[in-house]
Design a binder for this molecule. Structure first.
Ligand SMILES: [Zn+2]
Ligand SMILES: [Zn+2]
Length: 132
């Protein structure tokens, strides 16, 4: 089974994800925008038990959004967001984060295969992926 690893900018926290992600897509919803301050999120999503903090648990801060069932999980030293959680508790690593730690092209199983909530978008995307 595939094991993937990411770490924060200062390397105080390392995380490993096992198996292939459940969802790999771009999300245009306002929740992702508000939580992460991005125009849209590039999601690689795993079920909660597939993601493990392998180094630096004590350096991890979980910020619970005051009104949304989402958390930002980041390193207390460098502030780098390792992943965020959604209402189902899934752990969402950004494709940018993964690529920063694993240079080169994203594995096919991690590349976005759709745009979610495209009707809520703030930027237009011209590509051939399905838009929902
Ligand atoms: Zn760090
Ligand atoms: Zn979203």
């Amino acid at each position: 089974m595939r094991t993937s690893k990411i770490h924060c900018d200062c390397n105080a926290v390392q995380i490993s994800m096992s198996g292939d992600p459940k969802v790999h897509a771009f999300c245009h919803c306002e929740d992702c925008r508000e939580l992460l301050q991005v125009p849209y999120h590039s999601i690689i999503a795993w079920e909660p038990d597939k993601v493990e903090i392998t180094k630096g648990k004590e350096n991890v801060v979980e910020y619970q959004h005051p009104s949304k069932r989402m958390k930002r999980v980041f390193c207390k030293h460098c502030g780098d967001v390792l992943y965020n959680t959604n209402a189902m508790g899934w752990k969402l690593v950004s494709q940018l984060m993964f690529q920063k730690c694993n240079p080169g092209k994203l594995p096919t199983a991690f590349q976005s295969n759709a745009h979610f909530f495209y009707d809520r978008r703030i930027v237009e995307i011209e590509d051939t992926l399905p838009k929902r």
